[in-house]
Design a protein. Structure first.
Lengths: 335, 313
């Protein structure tokens, strides 16, 4: 069920022309080609795209968690409460991480430190950002475990990660991320590594907690089904750029970019029956090492015409709060 | 855990029995007749035969072996051929300088080696890392006695800051004791610092790229907390292993260092005993050192449980 919520107009996070490169010995990969989007207070924004499109790089660039060795955010702004996060000192950035912006990751199996108890790891987040004593922080950890519906939190708080299942570990990660009541939670494929039944539980948990705490969520996924269930607005990414941006209903009703359409066709649909092979998008994602001329999706696009191969389309409005980076968006929507 | 320790002790008996047979045979089968050595160059054949009889060297090997083991279990490691005093007494007299040197060396090697390794991993590829790698290679390659003489020349003979050689027992005062041990400790520590730093660096580098390090960063943890709290404990098992190996392997370096710095420790005792073919001393030291090896190995295996909760015995 989709819940149509009136998202407030207050902008929480304002990303402008964010550009991130990976510098190698021989070449530079343009992982993010200058993307702009906003997250509003209390909303859930979906970020969709296939592997390597720049979803995770976007999240890690916002929090400045990319390895300093080879990743450089070379341009743009990340405005959070009016401050550009890219301009902050390391110390100021640390005060924001985990406190005002928290993040959960794809791999619950490896994202928790194996040599400390889960309770201690949650308590650590509390202790970093408040003056709470160890015992107060541990009590908070226990409370958080209860909040994420882990049974028997009094005992679980002293468990090591290897004593928990994958689903439970992801709940513990969520508990850790929400311990300081962040205004923005970035969830990077939080359910991808989990069983389908556990996936549904975790999604419901995130939705419930978001409802209860008013935290805005940036939900990164490659799964359009998850987007339909959890998000109000969606951005679709391809080859380091945003190719479409819309509220979730418009996106599913009238996708304006051929790539979005392709993604939707490759989602299993029970009405179509099980026998037929799922359609896939032909071709491969372009290399970001060389500059791309024209539309990056053109080589794989059934709608491509000459202009697509010559000029790069920019994101333009194709409806109310619906934008697409496609020369033929109107025809695509009509198709 | 208790069951595991018990099992390990039982297997220790088997190990020590093998060591015992080896030590016993090694010296019996080596060329040179201890009886002839004791008797001296001008001895007659009768005198040598008399000494052989008195020492029981004419009995069959198994009889000699069983007698030797039985005496050792009773705390009698035999009597030195030259000094004429019980081996255990001779060793215990020499223990203080050796233990002092070993413990100081381990403290210095572990603190400096682990810190260097962490620093190098933290700034991998940077200037500090490259300097440390160069130092580690050098520390491995230059023999202990070369470093020892070089340091003596620099700090004792030229600068007169430290004594050239010798040892002062700790009950003559902590200051003189420490002053005499500075150069030997530095000399002996250099290869161990290099070794421990290399392993620490490698182990830390691996851990630093783990997902949970990113989680810690996402929580807002400081660099210090990331390195020493989150990473070091995870990197602990290989580091503990090399510390154990270093400690167990220290005895070889101790022998050379004690000789260079003229320290009257167990190392020197062994060197003198080998020169004199003083079998009982050599055997006694070998058995005790082997026992120490086995105990250190057990301690290292047990220490893993302190850093990694997934390891259970």
């Amino acid at each position: 069920m989709l819940m149509q919520k009136s998202a407030g107009n207050d902008v929480l996070l304002d990303v402008r022309d964010l550009e991130t490169h990976f510098v190698g010995d021989e070449s530079t990969t343009r992982a993010l080609g200058g993307i702009s989007f906003q997250v509003k207070k209390g909303e859930t924004l979906g970020v969709v795209g296939e592997s390597g499109c720049g979803k995770s790089v976007t999240a890690l660039s916002i929090l400045r968690l990319l390895p300093k060795m080879n990743a450089r955010t070379v341009g743009g702004e990340v405005r959070f409460h009016g401050r550009d996060l890219l301009e902050l000192s390391d110390r100021e950035m640390r005060q924001i991480r985990g406190d005002q912006i928290a993040m959960i990751f794809q791999e619950p199996m490896t994202s928790l430190n194996p040599v400390y108890t889960v309770g201690r790891q949650i308590a650590e987040a509390v202790q970093i950002h408040t003056k709470a004593s160890r015992s107060v922080a541990m009590a908070k950890a226990q409370e958080m475990l209860r909040l994420v519906r882990i049974a028997d939190p009094e005992r679980r708080v002293n468990n090591y990660p290897h004593e928990m299942s994958g689903g439970m570990r992801q709940r513990a990660m969520i508990a850790m991320a929400l311990a300081c009541s962040p205004e923005l939670l970035i969830a990077d494929e939080p359910t991808t590594a989990l069983d389908v039944t556990i996936q549904a539980q975790i999604l419901r948990l995130i939705a419930d907690l978001k409802e209860r705490t008013g935290t805005a969520v940036m939900f990164i996924t490659h799964d359009l089904g998850v987007v339909a269930e959890t998000c109000q607005r969606v951005i679709v990414m391809y080859a380091g750029s945003i190719v479409e941006q819309a509220n979730v209903i418009d996106l599913f009703a009238r996708p304006a970019h051929p790539y979005t359409q392709g993604l939707m066709r490759s989602v299993p649909d029970q009405r179509r029956g099980r026998q037929r092979r799922l359609p896939e998008i032909p071709g491969i994602v372009p290399s970001l090492r060389e500059p791309i001329v024209g539309c990056s999706f053109a080589p794989r696009c059934p709608f491509a015409i000459d202009i697509c191969r010559e000029k790069t389309p920019i994101l333009r409005d194709v409806g109310s709060s619906h934008a697409a980076a496609c020369w033929r968006a109107e025809e695509v929507m009509g198709a | 855990m208790a069951a595991y320790i018990l099992r390990r002790f039982v297997s220790t008996i088997a190990v020590m029995a093998m060591v015992g047979i080896f030590v016993f045979l090694l010296l019996r089968l080596a060329p040179g007749d201890p009886a002839a050595m004791i008797a001296g160059k001008s001895a007659t054949a009768e005198m040598i035969a008399g000494i052989r009889e008195k020492m029981g060297l004419n009995d069959p090997m198994p009889v000699q072996f069983i007698r030797w083991v039985r005496d050792m279990l009773g705390g009698d490691f035999g009597t030195s051929i030259f000094a004429g005093r019980p081996v255990l007494q001779l060793i215990s007299q020499r223990l203080e300088p050796t233990i002092s040197l070993s413990i100081l060396t381990m403290i210095v090697s572990v603190t400096i080696g682990v810190s260097f390794g962490i620093l190098a991993a933290w700034r991998a590829g940077g200037l500090v890392d490259r300097i440390l790698t160069a130092f580690a290679t050098l520390g491995f390659s230059v023999p202990v006695f070369v470093v020892g003489f070089f340091l003596i020349y620099l700090f004792a003979i030229t600068a007169h800051w430290l004594p050239v050689q010798g040892y002062k027992p700790i009950d003559h005062g902590f200051g003189p004791w420490l002053v005499h041990l500075i150069l030997p400790t530095v000399t002996l520590s250099i290869p161990y610092i290099a070794f421990i730093a290399r392993i620490t660096r490698a182990s830390m580098l691996e851990v630093l790229s783990e997902d949970y390090m990113r989680t810690a960063a996402a929580k807002g943890a400081s660099s210090y907390s990331m390195l020493f709290h989150h990473a070091l404990k995870n990197a602990g098992v290989p580091i503990l292993t090399v510390i154990g190996l270093s400690f167990a392997g220290l005895i070889g370096g101790v022998v050379i260092t004690e000789t260079v710095f003229n320290i009257p420790g167990v190392g020197r005792l062994v060197v003198d005993a080998i020169n004199n073919r003083d079998y009982p001393i050599i055997q006694g030291v070998l058995i005790l050192v082997s026992g120490l090896y086995v105990l250190i190995n057990l301690a290292v295996d047990l220490s893993y449980t302190l850093v990694d909760p997934r390891i259970r015995y």
